[in-house]
Design a protein around this ligand. Structure first.
Ligand code: ASP
Length: 300
């Protein structure tokens, strides 16, 4: 058996490992697993802002009994004293660190850490590239709701181009047999994103009645200088609001990886909608991350 060292994107996981993560998540939510990471040290290096991901990785590590070190970018010699990333990774290995969780604005940064570090690396979001643990908790939320995802249709709406969450989630959903409808303006959603089980649509009104779930995205303003579409046009065409929500199926659900911007991609009626699952997504974040850490550190 090949031992999985790191999680950089969902494609790193075999179908069996993917199923294993979801099974462990369900188990851990039912019964706290105890100190599966006792005596192991985890370092969290977040070079970009984070609320949900940072907090839930911390909680996951603590609940598994790990020793937890949070390295703020400013306290890293890498950032201020000219140490290379590779030498930082070697140093963490020499300190006996078992897991490094890393978020960085540069796509590929966690992969570079993984190549140099003698331990496990978990990508907590790298630029526009990938955010595998967010994708896992989003998919887990959908599975909790619908069971098998085959024959389900999931819309992902908004700034797909700059969303690392969308990039990871789309692939995971397609692998599990769901149909994915991507919705957004040309500037945020090139037509080339269409593929097997993945369609590209521009007319959100026409999509809403035909899907089981709608995943809304934030416009990732930190990833471009000039907005390619005005807020007014965006709201007009792509905001999920009271009027569009009325077109949705009765049993449809709405999700968002957070942080959400009220008034832009959604209005307050969404937050009161019976199918709004944001809190469930956040809740699953801790157990999903516990499951990933356990999979990497304690392969069975
Ligand atoms: N929290 C997610 C991320 O880090 C989504 C977002 O920021 O809009 O990618």
């Amino acid at each position: 058996m090949r031992v999985r060292r790191s999680l950089i994107d969902l494609d790193d996981l075999t179908a069996e490992e993917l199923a294993g993560v979801f099974d462990r998540t369900a188990d851990f939510e039912q019964t706290p697993p105890g100190p599966l990471l006792a005596g192991k040290a985890c370092v969290n290096m977040f070079f970009e802002e984070s609320t949900r991901t940072f907090t839930s990785f911390n909680l996951a590590e603590l609940r598994l009994g790990a020793d937890v070190v949070n390295l703020a970018p400013k306290s890293l010699s890498l950032a201020t004293k000219g140490e290379t990333l590779e030498d930082t990774a070697l140093t963490l290995g020499a300190l006996g660190i078992c897991v490094v969780v890393v978020r960085h604005h540069e796509p590929g940064f966690p992969q570079r850490v993984a190549l140099a570090f003698d331990g496990h690396v978990v990508n907590a979001g790298d630029g526009v590239h990938a955010h595998p643990t967010q994708a896992l908790l989003d998919i887990y939320t959908l599975i909790e709701e619908f069971g098998e995802l085959e024959n389900r249709t999931i819309a992902i709406v908004g700034d797909i181009l700059h969303s690392r969450v969308a990039h990871s989630t789309v692939r995971g959903l397609a692998r599990l047999g769901a149909s994915v409808v991507l919705v957004g303006p040309e500037a945020f959603l090139p037509a080339s994103y269409a593929g097997d089980r993945i369609s590209v649509e521009r007319d959100f009104d026409a999509v809403v009645p035909n899907v089981d779930a709608i995943i809304l995205l934030r416009i990732q303003r930190e990833r471009f200088v000039e907005a390619p579409i005005s807020d007014r046009e965006y709201v007009d065409r792509f905001r999920l609001d009271h009027r569009r929500l009325a077109l949705a199926r009765k049993e449809a659900i709405v999700m968002h990886p957070g942080p959400y911007n009220r008034g832009v991609e959604l209005d307050d009626s969404v937050l009161e909608f019976a199918g709004w699952r944001y809190a469930r997504q956040v809740q699953h974040g801790v157990a999903v991350r516990m499951a990933v850490l356990d999979l990497l550190v304690n392969p069975r």
